[in-house]
Design a protein. Structure first.
Length: 336
């Protein structure tokens, strides 16, 4: 690793499908209520893609904006990383479809399948690739199109009301200055013993002789399953834990952090994490109310939203922290 290189966020982009779906719209589809959803999760609306859109289409919009915003030419990008668990196809990953749509020749394209923690894993990986000197300008995208994979009947109401579609992108570039914009510290974890508390089992090679049968389909095993209460408890514990760890690694305190961007699964989770870490409300930017849970797209979409609200300026210190299926979790501290 070279100590002489740091990773700077050079460009930011985000895209949300135009189609906004309110809790009242969901009341028409399943046995749920605006009151239940708002009270338990804080969510009021989310965006769902059209039938014609694919995950890589959302990723493309966010990427074009991030590249324009970075001031680079698209040909300057030398590596694509996409965090997604709701791809265009079972394989290959979104990164390959995106690379072709961007017209980026034969540069490397890599997929990260770490669900809600995907973007935090991606930040750490991109930072390592840049610090090693191997790549200079990495396009890191979080892109999710969950709405096409949800059970939108009353059977699936405990998960389908939570998710939204969208994509967010950063152009991350090598910064030769020792101080200034950089990834200051990061902390990543997984605990696969809880993999089946939040997962989509099918299609899957653990299902017997075939990855998908009519029986598997009839049982709805291709829809997300979540043990909500277990996930909630672990999310609060692990997100507060990883923030403390990453602050220790950076030898910083939470008071020195200008803004926290937590994963957005549930407003109540983030309020509890904020209480445990004794954060001021002004230090936390939440978007779950209007975007729902956009899985790996959440952190960059939150970053763009906070920028547009005038909450982020160059020189600010931020923490990104996430928790999700796997279980996976982690955090990074950056100077913007
Ligand atoms: N509308 C109305 N009623 C509902 C709905 C709904 N959408 N969903 C469930 N209910 C009902 C249940 O059937 C249950 O009814 P019952 O008491 O008659 O049996 C009741 O509401 C309570 O259900 P719970 O599941 O116990 O509700 P809970 O208070 O746990 O809240 C929630 C559910 C909001 C999902 C919560 O558990 C949660 O937020 N969990 C964590 C989510 C999370 O962090 N996900 C991680 C990221 S996702 C990823 O990584 C891909």
């Amino acid at each position: 690793m070279s100590d002489a290189l740091n990773t700077k966020i050079l460009g930011v982009g985000g895209y949300l499908p135009e189609n906004k779906v309110t809790n009242f719209d969901l009341e028409e589809m399943m046995d749920t209520s605006d009151e239940w959803i708002k009270q338990r999760t804080g969510i009021e609306s989310r965006h769902w893609a059209t039938d014609e859109q694919s995950t890589s289409d959302l990723a493309l919009e966010a990427s074009i904006e991030a590249i324009q915003n970075s001031g680079l030419k698209k040909e300057d990008i030398d590596f694509i990383l996409v965090a997604s668990c709701s791809g265009d196809a079972d394989f290959p990953g979104v990164s390959c479809f995106l690379q072709a749509k961007l017209g980026l020749g034969t540069i490397a394209a890599l997929e990260i399948k770490q669900q809600c923690s995907g973007f935090v894993y991606g930040m750490t990986l991109a930072d390592s690739l840049i610090k090693s000197g191997l790549y200079k300008n990495i396009l890191l995208v979080g892109a999710e199109l969950q709405s096409k994979g949800l059970d939108k009947t009353s059977r699936g109401r405990n998960t389908s009301v939570l998710f939204g579609d969208g994509a967010g992108a950063f152009v991350l570039s090598a910064n030769p200055e020792l101080d200034g914009p950089r990834v200051i510290a990061s902390d990543l974890h997984a605990d696969g013993r809880h993999a089946e508390e939040l997962w989509i089992p099918a299609p899957g090679c653990a299902l017997g002789s075939s990855r998908m049968t009519q029986e598997i389909f009839d049982q709805g095993m291709h829809f997300p399953y979540m043990n909500g209460k277990v996930v909630f408890v672990h999310a609060v514990k692990r997100m507060s834990e990883t923030v403390r760890t990453v602050l220790d690694k950076a030898k910083m305190t939470s008071k020195e952090i200008d803004l926290f961007l937590f994963h957005q699964a549930n407003l109540r989770i983030n309020q509890k994490v904020g209480e445990m870490l004794e954060l001021d409300d002004a230090q936390v930017h939440n978007t779950v109310q209007k975007f729902g849970n956009t899985t790996a797209a959440t952190i960059p979409l939150g970053f763009k939203d906070a920028m547009e609200a005038g909450k982020i300026k160059r020189g600010d210190k931020l923490i990104f922290a996430a928790f999700g299926s796997g279980f996976t979790w982690g955090s990074v501290i950056i100077e913007y």
